[in-house]
Design a protein around this ligand. Sequence first.
Ligand code: KG4
Ligand code: ZN
Length: 379
Amino acid sequence: MENETFCFSFSDFHFPFSILKVLILAIESSCDETAAAVVRDGREILSSVISSQIELHRPFGGVVPELASREHLEKIDPIVDEALNEANVTLKEIDAVAVTQGPGLIGSLLVGVCYAKALAWGLDIPFIGVNHIEGHVYSVAFENPPVEYPALALIVSGGHTNLFFIPEAGKYKVVSRTRDDAAGEAFDKVAKMLGLEYPGGPVVEKLAEEGNAGKIKFPVAKISDGRPDFSFSGLKTAVSRYVRENEIKPVAADETPSQEIKDVCAAFQTTVIKSLVGTMEKLAIQLQPKTLIVAGGVACNMALRQAAQKTAEKLNVPVYFPSKHLSTDNAAMIAAAGYAHLQKGEQSDLRMTADVSMRLQNFENEDADLRKKKVRYRL
Ligand code: KG4
Ligand code: ZN
């Protein structure tokens, strides 16, 4: 969390936000979704509009940054209008504007940040920069009971795979990170290898349902220094080797995937889930959280949800997931996180700008220590 972008002064507010009904207009444009939402009091979604660029990027098998930012520019105005119309509110009724500040693609982030800043300045209302990953944490604020702290949050998306220990709202410590690929990225890369479409997660999950996971044994990576971190690049290589050695042909367009492909999907997915949930369980036993959170695009995966649910039951703690449409990128989660900041009297300076590699950890940060030990990882 880049604390310097917040100022901690209640005097900036014209009324106590914690008492009145607060309407936040939030904008998310960190990657390939242009999204806007109007949320009341951080928990009630009046509208949540998402324009996905999946079709635009599909031919390239991944997000093309230049195309993404151009598309955000075209979509942001109509998407914000749609969000206001759906919520049946006017700009004048909005109390604050929240926007994803980072991490993400610079061109994409800047579209949202500049737009939100101009809106907040024009309306003379508070402006809040939100960490995208914190947004994913807050995606469980809807349709779940309130989170009890300490909490342990597994955030798994296309760009990130982290476990955060959250002793109280707004305090984050990374207790597990990926040393290489993010889990969603591994799904996308394995799908590409098998000739399946982008994004890979939903397709791999669907084929895995008809596959036999026990047919192939892929290894769960063990980190040599013993830290409870994730690593998925070795698994990706193991899948690639298996495909090559067994002469499995990638699925051609209009072709039905073979049983062998389905078995690879099932074995791969099982291995990823074992790594994610196994690590979460180990850390939960150690840290004794009162709530488990599983969020981010990969949290759409039903097999992952079932495994996390089983672990939660075993440990006798509740586990909260976002509903499916709030698992992938959306602006409602940014509004929920923004509301939490606003309640604490935190807002951003209008000089704030997009932060491509924004971090979400604000206590017991081990980054410097890891760098000293030359540990390579990704947050
Ligand atoms: O959170 P998100 O929308 O964007 C990022 O912030 O990265 O996550 C997108 C990622 C993609 O890698 C996609 O393949 C993965 O989430 N994903 C899934 C599923 N649905 C989406 N992974 C596994 N199973 C799914 N059902
Ligand atoms: Zn995301």
